[in-house]
Design a protein around this ligand. Structure first.
Ligand SMILES: [Zn+2]
Length: 325
């Protein structure tokens, strides 16, 4: 138990000491970086990364009014790595789904326009067809009545026969005409049904993709690390586009300057990404954090060293107390 406690204390001193000493360095000398391991699945070139890194450095250097970082691909101290795993895979799949959704919406509105147009035509034609059928049936009924009346009476004159023949011819022609109209109306109805089916299929195939996505990435949507900085390595795990990558890099490079997290969701150094502006812009809290680290550079060394020495001495003595207990 004691040993573990002593080790813990020693570890704490070392980490604390390194941190206190380490964080003064960025404000005294230029930090060098290089593009390290970049997984090709991110689909970003070294040149593009270089451009985004430069953009992400800008707000810090503007604030400091001097150069803070320098690209040194051969010997740079900080390696900027792009590590691909499920985080980025999920992001890419989600962006594919977004594109699919946009395509689906276009397709749907195309179908809807055609459907509305055809539906109007269908309604007009089927209404007029039905009216004509009703009129035809009425005429046919009168014709049949007249024929049967004349047959019964047996007194049909030549003019009656001529009239009846003429009417019969007219009705037959109308029947052919109506059949043609019926086919047109049916074709329209078929086209409408096909369109509705087509729309349904498009929607169903999209929904299947959404289901597939949710099944695959179930429960992965919570808070996760998009990037981290660990002294020599600055790792990027997830970003949507170059804009949020720039903000993310500004944040991690802020850590490399010795800055911790600050309040205000719009701050670059806020622990969570989401509410920062599209391009890296420092908030009052970011500026304050930077000032508290870098503006002490002229008086920090001696005072802080004395402080660290006292701290170490104190801790070593308390360890001794444990050892000789
Ligand atoms: Zn952070």
């Amino acid at each position: 138990m004691k040993w573990i406690l002593q080790m813990y204390l020693l570890g704490f001193i070392l980490i604390g000491g390194t941190y206190l000493l380490g964080r003064q360095v960025p404000c005294k000398q230029i930090l060098t970086y290089r593009i390290g391991e970049v997984d090709s699945r991110f689909g970003i070139t070294q040149e593009e990364i270089q451009g985004v890194v430069e953009k992400s450095i800008l707000p810090w250097e503007k604030l400091a009014q001097r150069q803070l970082f320098e690209w040194d691909q051969a010997h740079g101290d900080i390696a900027i790595n792009f590590i691909y795993d499920e985080r980025q895979e999920r992001t890419q799949e989600l962006s594919k789904l977004d594109n699919e959704e946009a395509k689906l919406n276009t397709k749907q509105s195309e179908i809807d326009t055609t459907y509305t147009f055809l539906e109007k035509e269908y309604n007009q034609k089927s209404e007029s067809y039905e009216a004509e059928v009703r009129a035809y049936e009425k005429d046919l009924e009168s014709y049949n009545k007249e024929v049967s009346r004349l047959n019964k009476s047996g007194e049909a004159t030549e003019s009656d026969v001529k009239r009846i023949d003429k009417e019969s011819e007219r009705l037959e022609k109308q029947s052919v005409d109506l059949e043609e109209k019926r086919l047109v109306v049916n074709t329209l109805a078929n086209r409408l049904n096909k369109l509705a089916k087509n729309e349904q299929e498009v929607v169903e195939s999209f929904n299947a993709k959404v289901d597939q996505f949710q099944e695959r990435y179930q429960g992965d949507g919570g808070v996760f690390d998009q990037g981290d900085y660990g002294g020599k390595d600055l790792n990027i795990y997830q970003f949507q586009n170059k804009e949020d990558l720039a903000v993310l890099l500004s944040h991690e490079l802020g850590h490399s300057l010795g800055l911790g997290h600050v309040e205000n969701p719009r701050s670059i150094m806020y622990y969570l990404m989401g509410e920062q502006p599209n391009t890296p812009v420092l908030s009052a809290e970011d500026k304050e954090a930077f000032a508290s680290i870098c503006d002490q550079r002229n008086n920090v060394s001696w005072e802080n060293l004395v402080e660290i020495a006292a701290f170490v001495k104190d801790k070593l003595e308390s360890q001794k107390a444990f050892l000789y207990e």
